[in-house]
Design a protein around this ligand. Structure first.
Ligand code: PMP
Length: 435
């Protein structure tokens, strides 16, 4: 077992010194800049399976997995083969391809709420489009979202958002029209009374409720027993639509997503990450009578030059095929539970307050006693301690998401040995950090 090592990140530092001059903050997406954990961001060169290698040649066990897509392991050989075969036939048609039917069928077979699917190119686009659809279908304007949930960077969602927005301490964003932001009503996750209150106050005005059924963007937070079912009931009673944003949880929390695991079927579902197998693919899905509001079947406009990109479809199809093999979710469940149990024990046995959990291949740990039921609770975490933990783990060859407010991910490529090495690394790091 490797002991503490110093991390040489000279090349990463050189590249970031140049990057900050040509891209805002030196990155293409804010969390990558390591603002909340400090230190120079790591610049990567290659990834395979459960490992990722930086430009200085350091290898890490990867629990970020491109923020979720690589559930079968990064650069999986079968996915690469499927992508290469498709790439030789064409990168993009800007016209229908049979691959779209195939991926649509795979999604419809798996996800209970999906009868029809529209493909887009990111989770953000899926959520923006689904919000428009909610409004178009109901003829109502207001949307309820939960504090600390992230649904991409659409104007309607940059209100008390999670992920990078939470990490940077921005509760919302300049440039968002006040009239748009004011149509978003925010309530705490896991608080059913708060939702009831909003519906009482805004009778007949709520188009729908948007949420991450299991939260990943304030760290990992599970729904309380009965919460999702109650949301289903309340939205139905009020003629509002329920949307599960399963961009992160889709095909991760069971093959049919969180809705399948918790047996609560929303009206609409947004997807991304895993369904593109590492390529930019998103989707929104729902019952035929709602989805046929979308152009050209109906009047709600939404389009995309690269939507349904054949290479992305091929990567997604192969990824789902691998996930359907026997034992995959049981394996993911087992190694991830072991990981979290080991991390919590490493923290607590060294005198640190910690809580955490996992569902299949998604997990999290907070440096607070807990329980954490929403973003308000998550904010009690000791983020200074997380910062030291994150840096310590990098030095030990473990790459965790650079924020206390991001979930972690495992993949089919993570071995039991990877998990035990990670736990041992955490023990060493947490023993060095003052409790
Ligand atoms: N919804 C959820 C639940 C997400 O986790 C994310 C991204 N982390 C998004 C939407 C936005 O997806 P994208 O980054 O692909 O635009």
């Amino acid at each position: 077992v490797a002991s503490e090592r110093r991390l040489c990140t000279q090349r990463s530092e050189e590249i970031m010194r140049d990057a900050v001059n040509v891209m805002p903050g030196g990155v293409s997406s804010p969390v990558r800049a390591f603002r909340s954990v400090g230190g120079n961001p790591i610049v990567f060169e290659s990834t395979k399976g459960s490992k990722i290698v930086d430009v200085d040649g350091n290898e890490y066990i990867d629990y970020v997995l491109s923020f979720g897509p690589s559930v079968v392991g990064s650069a999986n050989d079968e996915v690469i083969e499927a992508v290469s075969t498709q790439a030789r036939k064409g990168l993009s048609f800007g016209a229908p391809s049979y691959l779209e039917n195939q991926l649509a069928h795979a999604i419809i077979d798996a996800v209970p709420s999906a009868e029809m699917v529209r493909f887009v190119s990111s989770g953000t686009e899926a959520c923006i489009s689904a919000a428009r659809l909610m409004r178009a279908y109901t003829g109502r304007e207001k949307i309820i979202k939960m504090t600390g949930c992230y649904h991409g960077h659409g104007d309607s969602f940059l209100v008390s958002a999670g992920s990078g927005v939470a990490t940077l301490g921005l509760s919302d964003s300049p440039g968002v029209l006040k009239s748009v932001a004011s149509a978003t009503i925010v309530v705490p996750y896991n608080n059913i009374e708060a939702i009831r209150e909003v519906f009482r106050k805004h009778q007949g005005e709520i188009a729908g409720v948007f949420l991450e059924p299991v939260v990943g963007n304030s760290g990992f937070i599970e729904p309380l027993p009965g919460y999702l079912a109650e949301l289903r009931e309340i939205t139905k009673q009020n003629g509002a639509l329920l949307l599960f944003d399963e961009v992160m949880t889709g095909f991760r929390i069971s093959y049919g997503g969180a809705q399948s695991h918790f047996d609560v079927t929303p009206d609409l579902t947004t997807l991304g990450k895993v369904i593109g197998g590492g390529y930019p693919v998103g989707a929104y899905a729902g019952p035929r009578h709602i989805m046929e509001t979308v152009a050209p079947a109906g009047p709600m406009y939404q389009a995309g030059t690269l939507s349904g990109s054949p290479v992305g479809m091929a990567a997604g199809l192969k990824t789902l095929e691998i996930l359907r093999r026997p034992g995959t979710y049981e394996y993911l469940q087992r190694i991830t539970q072991r990981l979290v149990e080991g991390l919590l024990d490493a923290a607590r046995s060294n005198g640190h307050e910690a809580c955490g959990g996992s569902l299949y291949s998604m997990f999290g740990m907070f440096f607070t006693k807990g329980p954490v039921h929403n973003f308000e609770d998550a904010k009690k975490s000791d983020t200074e301690k997380f910062k030291k933990f994150h840096r310590g783990m990098l030095e030990e060859g473990v790459y965790l998401a650079p924020s206390q407010f991001e979930a972690g991910f495992t993949s089919l490529a993570h071995t039991e040995d990877d998990i035990e090495r990670t736990i041992e690394a955490a023990r060493r790091v947490l023993a060095r950090i003052p409790a």
